[in-house]
Design a protein around this ligand. Structure first.
Ligand code: HEC
Length: 217
């Protein structure tokens, strides 16, 4: 009886390989789960005050100026949290900011913004992607939306638009009036500002080239 059997046809070799591969995959998945949890856990107010960058900053990020800047190292734009700025004319405490953001999130669900818009990759493509809407140049000091709404700050202009979108048609498609109250509009704007501060690895792609160009839609 010859023992000269190729390793490729040895059953015990494949059994052992299967056990090793399964074991390795389990360890890798557990490690990735913990790594992801660390990356997506919301930062806190101390992080913001100490300039610690978190992928998902604390709700009090609404008290800061946010810009979108090209990172040559990463090859795409990243949100950069700058100096403090008033939001609806004041600085929001940790509790107030969390409450406002919560109201905005609930309102976005109740009014089903995702039915037309995309938020963080989820939703529809009927209307502009809202993930970085706060950074859309159309709402900047020299953009058309402040002049159109007659407001002097970005947050007031957005809140006014959200309450009466049909009064401010900018593109061929119009956003319908959804019966949003003044308080809900403030919450939604906080929700949009917070969302824009989340590091989404450059998604949606080509934001900035498409947005703010009122002829592009
Ligand atoms: C029925 C579809 C529809 C729904 C629902 C809807 N929108 Fe819109 N929205 C639009 C359309 C269309 C536009 C583009 C209108 C324009 O620019 O004149 C728009 C524009 C916007 C803009 C301006 C985007 C930019 O980058 O300048 C914001 C902000 C916005 N919507 C927020 C919301 C929020 C928040 C909700 C949920 C409360 C919502 N929308 C629900 C259709 C919708």
């Amino acid at each position: 009886m010859s023992k000269n059997v190729s390793v490729w046809s040895s059953i015990s070799f494949w059994r052992r390989s299967a056990a090793w591969v399964t074991g390795f995959a389990v360890v890798l998945l557990i490690w990735l789960t913990f790594d992801t949890m660390g990356q997506i856990t919301m930062g806190n107010d101390d992080d913001l005050q100490n300039g610690v960058t978190k992928r998902v900053p604390a709700p009090t990020v609404i008290n800061y100026h946010i810009t979108y800047e090209m990172s040559t190292k990463r090859g795409h734009e990243v949100p950069v949290i700058g100096k403090k700025e008033p939001f609806f004319g004041k600085e929001w405490s940790v509790q107030e900011a969390a409450g406002l953001l919560h109201l905005g999130k609930l309102t976005s669900q109740a009014k089903n913004c995702m039915n037309c818009h995309t938020l963080l990759g989820n939703g529809a493509y009927y209307a502009p992607d809202l993930t970085k809407a706060w950074l859309d140049p159309a709402w900047s000091a020299d953009g058309p939306m402040l002049a159109m709404t007659g407001k002097s700050t970005k947050e007031e202009a957005m809140a006014e638009f959200l309450q009466h979108p049909s009064k401010y048609p900018t593109h061929a498609r119009m956003m319908p009036d959804l019966g949003i109250t003044a308080t809900e509009a403030q919450g939604l704007v906080a929700f949009l500002k917070h969302m824009s501060s989340i590091d989404t690895n450059g998604f949606p792609r080509n934001f900035g080239k498409e947005q703010g160009d009122t002829n592009a839609h």
